[in-house]
Design a protein around this ligand. Structure first.
Ligand code: NAD
Ligand code: ZN
Length: 260
């Protein structure tokens, strides 16, 4: 069994996380790229990080330079089909199981891969702080289109908005692009009100997203961090589990279910 790969110390710590989850509602899971590496999607800062190979496009350059937009769309045409073919892993499935059993209240994710929803999490139980690759947004009229829309000629070198002629882009937050204000505000408010935040697979180095667990801890929530490496918020965390996300969440789910 996958969970058998977890060291005893990790299991004991996860037992304590399970007890806190049952005692301190609401409970929020805050996830990052590390929860999806076991689905075959490289993370950002891990050893074989995705964009160590190609630098991501900055928002300002994207707006100002049509050539950069052309390169952006070329890269999306190359990469999106692979991302779209990925499946949720045991980590996503475990979080969804806890949500369905009403033992976990919300997922706030920095991921753009849509795998939480593919595992069954409904839109009312997730906030995607960095948007979603499976949608395209017009930066002018703000219309959202599904990635498989036939309203947009997606094979054009630089496609435009079919409604207003404006600049369109994957509905994800690029470097230098502001987050959707309402999503961030709501996340921070829910963090303030939470009893526990469980961070999974995030280096917690991307701002302002990493303010979510920080604000929660400052308002008295218990912080648990499941991550392969150290993070800058480790000193605020009551529980640190330096182990793979999938096995950890699968074990945690079993313990919470057993204790409920
Ligand atoms: P990050 O890449 O900065 O950090 C990921 C962390 O997860 C690392 O500390 C790594 O050691 C750890 N990790 C990797 N695999 C793990 C596993 N199986 N178990 C436990 N820990 C594991 O990710 P971030 O903090 O989410 O920030 C990256 C930014 O890039 C985010 O803003 C995100 O939007 C974007 N991004 C998204 C995806 C995705 O949607 N899947 C992938 C890459 C990058
Ligand atoms: Zn438009």
């Amino acid at each position: 069994m996958l969970e058998a790969s977890l060291e005893l110390d990790h299991r004991l710590e996860l037992d304590r996380v399970a007890q806190t989850m049952l005692a301190q509602r609401p409970v929020i899971a805050f996830t990052g790229a590390g929860i999806s590496t076991e689905s075959g999607i490289p993370d950002f800062r891990g050893p074989s990080g995705l964009w160590k190979r190609t630098a991501p496009t900055g928002f300002r350059d994207f707006l100002q330079d049509p050539e950069i937009r052309a390169r952006y769309w070329e890269r999306r045409r190359e990469r999106y089909p692979e991302l779209a073919s990925k499946h949720p892993n045991i980590g996503h499935q475990s979080l969804n199981e806890m949500i369905q059993a009403n033992l976990l209240d919300l997922v706030i994710t920095q991921n753009i891969d849509g795998l939480h929803q593919k595992s069954g999490v409904t839109d009312d139980r997730i906030i995607e702080l960095h948007g979603n690759s499976h949608q395209i947004r017009c930066l002018d009229c703000r219309t959202l289109f599904p990635a498989d829309t036939n309203e947009i000629p997606l094979d054009a070198p630089v496609p435009d908005c079919p409604r207003c002629g404006g600049i369109i882009k994957e509905a994800t937050i690029s470097f230098g692009e502001p987050l959707i204000e309402e999503d961030l505000r709501r996340s921070l408010r829910l963090a303030e009100e939470s009893g526990m935040v469980i961070v999974v697979g995030s280096s917690l180095t991307v701002n302002p997203a990493s303010r979510v667990p920080l604000v929660a801890a400052r308002h008295g929530a218990t912080l648990a961090i499941i991550n392969n490496e150290e993070t800058p918020l480790d000193r605020y965390a009551e529980h640190i589990i330096r182990a793979p996300a999938g096995a950890s969440l699968s074990y945690l789910t079993r313990q919470v279910m057993a204790g409920s």
